[in-house]
Design a protein around this ligand. Structure first.
Ligand code: ADP
Ligand code: MG
Length: 365
């Protein structure tokens, strides 16, 4: 299998007026599953197409192991790609669709091809569908055929471009697990592109977060969740999204207080926190995740702030409590915490759960 290295990979369109991928550096280990996540238009598909050889980089290189493959034709690269729209040939049967890739890219005999297709179909649980045409299949079945076809070629690098976007929620969860199982079984290096942060959190060994063609952060899902490097990553990873509040920090270098006049927020930071962070007096953005907020139904005045409850949404195990703190501020509280709309409640959180971002650059401080 192969280690994939992207070195200052760049793609411009329309004579440089669009920078789709902006000098991307990324290394995917042999057998590793890396999820590339970011909003629509951030350059995910373009990156994947450059790895596949379907798009020529403006500058930079793609390497498989230590071989520079930047100038090697897509057909000659040991990659298989799975797309959102399955990309099956409508007039061919499932069997023919699965065999076609093998015909194009290997020197197997017809018999060997049929044997391989049968094996893959069995593995994907689609052996009964081999004589069907794609339009007789459900979305999930089509995606299984597309996966089986891709893996049949025994690629060294598996590329996925939002393969589950067209499936319903239940099937998506199932296929997520199935894709990961396949990838580990075959030990193939995988690059999986999605705009869905939940998919990214659950699927990758590591995540690479892109915004506007630029790599923001690479790391294990929990690492990125716990230590986002900037406000963009903090707001993108985690669901529901992190709450942000414009605050002021007052510090003398040893002690510090976070304040927000309009919501009445006042939070004294510990000396350890101040010693461990590069704080100055001035404006910051405070970030706190809904799951890290505690609600005190009968506030005593000792809370970080008090706020009015706008809406309570039960989600079974927990309640989402929407508070008015200079706009919508969301807390995820246990189901037994049931304030009513209009109630004044106390809001508390731990210092270890708060994030402070530079008000101007959005960098975590
Ligand atoms: P994503 O897959 O993350 O949604 P894309 O890689 O498709 O993003 O696109 C990144 C940017 O490049 C977008 O602004 C898109 O409009 C632009 N782009 C992609 N392909 C082309 C093209 N062939 N010609 C011009 N602009 C393109
Ligand atoms: Mg795309």
């Amino acid at each position: 299998m192969a280690r994939v290295t992207l070195d200052t990979l760049r793609k411009e369109f329309d004579r440089g007026t669009i920078v789709a991928v902006d000098d991307l550096d990324l290394e995917i280990d042999d057998g590793e599953f890396v999820t590339v996540v970011g909003p629509s238009g951030c350059g995910k598909t373009t990156t994947l197409r450059m790895v596949a050889g379907l798009e020529e980089p403006t500058s930079g290189t793609v390497e498989f192991d230590d071989e520079d493959v930047t100038d090697i034709h897509a057909k000659e690269r040991p990659v298989a790609m799975v797309f959102q729209n399955y990309a099956l040939y409508p007039h061919k049967t499932v069997r023919e669709n699965m065999a076609f890739g093998l015909k194009m890219s290997t020197d197997m005999t017809t018999e060997e091809r049929h044997e391989r297709v049968r094996e893959m179909a069995e593995m994907m649980g689609i052996e009964d569908l081999l004589d069907d045409k794609p339009d007789e299949l459900s979305g999930g079945q089509k995606q299984r055929v597309a996966l089986g076809r891709a893996i049949a070629r025994e690629p060294e690098v598996f590329l996925f471009d939002e393969p589950l976007s067209n499936l319903d929620a239940k099937l998506r969860t199932e296929m997520r697990a199935e894709i990961q199982k396949l990838q580990k079984e075959f030990g193939v290096t995988a690059m999986y592109v999605t705009h869905d942060q939940e998919e990214a959190m659950t699927m990758g060994d590591r995540l690479a977060i892109l915004n506007d063609g630029e790599l923001q952060q690479v790391g294990a899902p929990t690492e990125v969740y716990q230590n986002p490097v900037n406000k963009f990553v903090a707001g993108f990873i985690g669901s529901p999204s992190m709450n942000f509040l414009d605050v002021g920090v007052e510090t003398d270098g040893t002690t510090a207080t976070i304040r927000d006049e309009s919501s009445g927020l006042a939070f004294a930071l510990s000396r350890d926190y101040v010693a461990g962070h590069d704080l100055e007096s001035g404006p910051y953005t405070l970030g706190i995740r809904p799951e890290n907020i505690g609600i005190v139904e009968d506030p005593t005045g000792g809370e970080t702030l008090t706020a009015t409850v706008e809406v309570v949404e039960p989600i079974g195990s927990d309640n989402y409590v929407h508070l008015d703190v200079n706009g919508d501020f969301l807390a995820r509280a246990p189901a037994n915490v049931q304030p009513e709309a209009g109630d004044e409640v106390g809001v508390v959180f731990e210092e270890t759960d708060l994030h402070l971002f530079d008000a101007e650059t959005g960098e975590d401080v």
